[in-house]
Write a new protein. Structure first.
Length: 278
C-alpha cells in the first residue's frame, strides 16, 4: 500500500519527529487502519525525501508508542488498538507519578460503579443475561488462572454494558492490573486466591441483580461495596512478599503493582493478554 495523502512539508529541525507526527495522525485518523502495513522503508524514504536511517528512527518511535509492530525485519504493521494504547499510557502514568495501588484500585471502583450505573440505564435484557452467565461461570472455573480469567470476563462484560468505549477500555485494563496483582500475591495458591475472589460470588450476583432492577444508584452502590471488599482482601492475601516488605502495607502493595506493570506492559505496546499473567 502507499501512504494515502500528500505528505506534510518537512521543515528544518528534527525530521524524524515530523515523520512520526504525520504517520501518527494517519494511524489515529484511520487512513492507516489497524492491521495494515506501512510502506517499505525505501518507499517511505522516497515519499518523505529522507534517508533510510531517518525512516528507521521514526518507525522505532512509533513502535515504542505502541502504534506499529515490527517482527523479523518485515514491514511494520499498524497496531492501533485502543486497549493497548490505554494500557501503555495508564501504566506509564502510574509509574511516573508514583500512584499508589489503593489509589489505582479506588479509581477502578469509581469507574466500575459508573459502568454499572450506565448499564442499569441502557443494557438490554439479553446483555444482562450475558452478565449473569459470566457471573455464574466464575465459581465453576478451576484453578487460579481460569478463575482470574473468568473474573476478567465478568467485569469486561459489565464495562461493555455501559456502551461507553472509553470507560470500558479504562475498566478493562485497571481490572487486569487488579487481578494480575491478586494472582501474584496469592502465589498461584488456590487457598490464598479464594480469600480474594472465591468468597465473593454472592456479591457479584448482587451486582447483576442491581443492574437487572434498572436502579442506577443502587447498582453503583453495590459495585462500590464490592470493590472495597476486594481491595482489603488483596492487601491481606500475603503478609510478606519474600523480601521483607509487608504487602498488607500501602507501600508493599504499590511496590508489588509496579513490579507487575514492569513485567506485563512494555514500551513496545504489548499489554498483558490475560489478567493471570504474573
Amino acid at each position: 500500500m502507499s501512504v494515502p495523502h500528500t505528505p506534510a512539508k518537512i521543515f528544518r529541525g528534527r525530521v524524524a519527529d515530523q515523520i512520526v507526527e504525520d504517520l501518527r495522525a494517519q494511524i489515529l485518523g484511520g487512513s492507516l487502519p489497524d492491521g495494515s502495513r506501512l510502506p517499505s522503508e525505501r518507499e517511505l524514504a522516497a515519499y518523505y525525501d529522507v534517508s533510510g536511517p531517518t525512516v528507521r528512527e521514526a518507525v522505532r518511535v512509533l513502535t515504542a508508542m505502541g502504534l506499529v509492530n515490527t517482527r523479523n525485519g518485515s514491514r511494520a504493521t499498524v497496531t492501533a488498538q485502543g486497549d493497548t494504547l490505554l494500557a501503555v499510557s495508564i501504566a506509564s502514568v502510574v509509574q511516573v507519578e508514583k500512584v499508589g495501588a489503593r489509589e489505582v484500585f479506588g479509581l477502578l471502583g469509581v469507574l466500575n460503579a459508573y459502568a454499572a450505573e450506565l448499564a442499569a440505564e441502557h443494557a438490554s435484557d439479553e446483555e444482562v443475561a450475558r452478565l449473569r452467565e459470566a457471573a455464574e461461570a466464575v465459581p465453576a472455573a478451576e484453578g487460579v488462572e481460569r478463575s482470574a480469567a473468568a473474573l476478567e470476563h465478568f467485569f469486561g462484560t459489565l464495562s461493555d454494558l455501559s456502551h461507553n468505549p472509553l470507560l470500558a477500555g479504562l475498566c478493562r485494563f485497571i481490572t487486569s492490573m487488579q487481578l494480575g496483582l491478586a494472582v501474584k500475591l496469592s502465589g498461584g495458591e488456590s487457598g490464598d486466591w479464594g480469600k480474594v475472589a472465591g468468597a465473593l460470588h454472592t456479591e457479584r450476583m448482587r451486582i447483576v441483580a442491581a443492574i437487572a432492577s434498572r436502579d442506577p444508584r443502587h447498582a453503583a452502590s453495590v459495585v462500590r461495596d464490592y470493590h472495597r471488599q476486594v481491595v482489603e482482601r488483596i492487601a491481606l492475601t500475603r503478609k510478606d512478599d519474600g523480601n521483607g516488605t509487608s504487602t498488607a502495607s500501602d507501600a508493599g502493595l504499590t511496590e508489588a503493582l509496579t513490579a507487575w506493570l514492569r513485567s506485563n506492559v512494555t514500551l513496545g505496546g504489548q499489554a498483558p493478554n490475560r489478567a493471570a499473567r504474573s
